[in-house]
Design a protein around this ligand. Structure first.
Ligand code: HEM
Length: 173
């Protein structure tokens, strides 16, 4: 995580020098990596919520959900860490200063602050599922985990929608 943080920080500083073509290339790279991380996190949860979960709930069988969680865990949490690091670097570039990140000023700053709140809610739900629900998962507790999965998926789609609005000036809130 520390290596990721230093790497993204360096990319951000390079991208800040707008007059230089290399800086623009770095900015593009940050957006591409951020979009890739979004595809993994949001796509993975849509597949889980819409493809794996409904038949598992119908059969009352937690095994398919457990198998998916095991396969996706490292990739998913890695993608989320990448989203935070690249998202903060992009927000610093879009807003020009760190303090604006939690200023809730109308426009882009408000959308960025909203993304940080959505991410905090995501982390709380994901860590609670990982440490409390999944290790003790049974057919009886599967519906409880299902609620958590649907909420995390809705938050992921929300993060994507708010993100896509940023280059158009924010959500207009
Ligand atoms: C799972 C979490 C996240 C998802 C799914 C997500 C998704 C996205 C998507 C799809 C975009 C549009 C990229 C484009 O313009 O083509 C975006 C942009 C952006 N995101 Fe995120 N994001 C996440 C987390 C974060 C976090 C934690 C931050 C930090 C505040 C953040 C800050 C930004 C910013 C500033 C942009 C605008 C980039 C630009 O065009 O300049 N994102 N995000």
């Amino acid at each position: 995580m520390a290596v990721l943080w230093i790497g993204v920080g360096a990319l951000g500083r390079r991208a800040e020098r707008e007059d230089d073509g290399g800086g623009q290339a770095m900015l593009k790279l940050l957006v591409i990596v951020h979009a890739l991380g979004a595809s993994i996190w949001t796509g993975g949860h849509l597949l889980l919520a819409l493809g794996v979960l409904p038949p598992a709930l119908k059969a009352g069988d937690p095994m398919p959900v457990l198998r998916f969680e095991r396969a996706f865990e490292r990739l998913g949490l890695g993608a989320l860490a990448l989203q935070l690091a690249t998202g903060l670097a992009l927000a610093r570039l879009d807003l020009g200063r760190w303090e604006a990140l939690w200023s809730f000023d109308p426009g882009i700053a408000r959308s960025v602050a909203l993304k940080l709140l959505l991410l905090a809610a995501t982390l709380a739900l994901a860590l609670q599922a990982r440490w409390q629900l999944i290790p003790r998962l049974t057919a009886a507790s599967l519906p409880r985990l299902a609620v958590q999965i649907v909420l995390i998926t809705l938050l992921a789609v929300g993060l994507l929608v708010v993100g896509a609005s940023i280059r158009l000036g924010g959500l207009g809130l």
